[in-house]
Write a protein that binds this ligand. Structure first.
Ligand code: DGY
Length: 323
């Protein structure tokens, strides 16, 4: 019987799938992220054949050493920056992720963030709850229209393209983008304009939205310099990975008005936030929930489990990741 360790409770559908395929499944009983030493000691308990990991697990050589029998780590996320892929490769360990199923959900949350910050929805909510609403007023909480404005997409992969679809077809926004790969089909579909650099997107866009994976080359892609070229009426949205933005520089830019606002689902040192971020009114923050719908989290659980099952059946799982 194959033994699988799941590092935190995930939707039951994924666990059931593993059990239906005859696996013995152990799930961490901690209602929280396992520390490195907790994870290692859990993995040392049995010779597990597979680990279903989360983006909050830092999986590196120490973890691989703790469970040499596990030849597959199935990450319950599309992002896999939490796993040392190079080390896994060296050891012949397969790593998989859960792409595709969360595209629409993350794109919808991204658009929700954009609409929330530009329409000052959260500020309005605070205002009313604080008992400050004394009736309609011509100058109360004026926001920004999106129709006819330019959305700058950094990273036109699956999620970036879906955001472009909703923004262009649904909101009437113009699209410009930067990606390491120029995509002519995408350009034709949405009249999207390719920009030669991140900087060009930042200079042009009224809203910049980030959809790149976290890599050495994308860490702090949005830094003081990029923020300084953005329009002072522009907004920044991030639902990718927090470390793509130098958060202290963003706090500064939001404080001194060099950009108008930001909406963030992810943070540089999650779950901690940069000092000063929560004091700002021109920022909307959500707790890394862009993919958190019942439907999508269920599908992610199914895919992660299916990757493990395929691997056990001697097939190459659909979602193997490489450096
Ligand atoms: C992912 O899958 O990488 C997302 O960040 C999870 O919400």
């Amino acid at each position: 019987m194959k033994k699988v360790y799941v590092t935190r409770a995930i939707p039951e559908v994924g666990i059931a799938l593993l059990e239906e395929h005859g696996c013995e499944v152990d799930i961490s009983s901690k209602d929280g992220v396992l520390t490195k030493s907790e994870l290692i000691s859990e993995l040392q308990n049995k010779s597990y054949d597979a680990v279903l990991s989360l983006l909050t697990d830092n999986v590196n050589s120490e973890v691989f050493d703790a469970v040499p029998s596990a030849k597959i780590f199935a990450n319950y996320a599309v992002g896999f920056n939490n796993i040392d892929i190079e080390e896994a490769d060296k050891r012949g360990i397969t790593v998989t992720n859960t792409p595709g199923v969360l595209t629409d959900t993350v794109a919808e949350h991204t658009v929700a963030l954009m609409l929330t910050i530009t329409s000052r929805t959260v500020e309005g909510d605070w205002f009313v709850r604080a008992g400050k609403f004394e009736g309609w007023a011509p100058m109360l909480l004026l926001g920004t229209d999106l129709k006819g404005k330019t959305l700058g997409i950094l990273g036109a992969g699956r999620i970036g393209q879906r955001v472009a679809h909703i923004a262009s077809r649904g909101l009437g926004m113009n699209i410009c983008y930067f990606d390491v790969k120029q995509n002519e089909e995408f350009e034709k579909e949405y009249d999207a304009v390719f920009k030669a650099s991140v900087q060009d997107v930042c200079k042009t866009a009224d809203v910049v939205t980030v959809h790149v994976p976290l890599l050495d080359s994308t860490k702090h892609l949005i830094n003081k310099e990029m923020l300084s070229v953005m329009k002072n009426t522009a907004y920044l949205v991030n639902s990718s990975r927090g470390q793509v933005i130098k958060e202290s520089a963003l706090v500064e830019a939001l404080k001194n008005g060099s950009i108008r606002g930001a909406a963030l689902d992810v943070f540089e040192d999650e779950p901690k936030l940069a000092p000063g971020l929560t004091d700002l009114k021109n920022v909307v923050i959500t707790p890394h929930i862009a993919s958190a719908t019942e439907e999508t989290r269920g599908k992610m659980a199914e895919i992660a489990s299916k990757n493990i099952i395929d691997f056990f059946d001697g097939k190459t799982p659909d979602n193997v990741v490489k450096k």
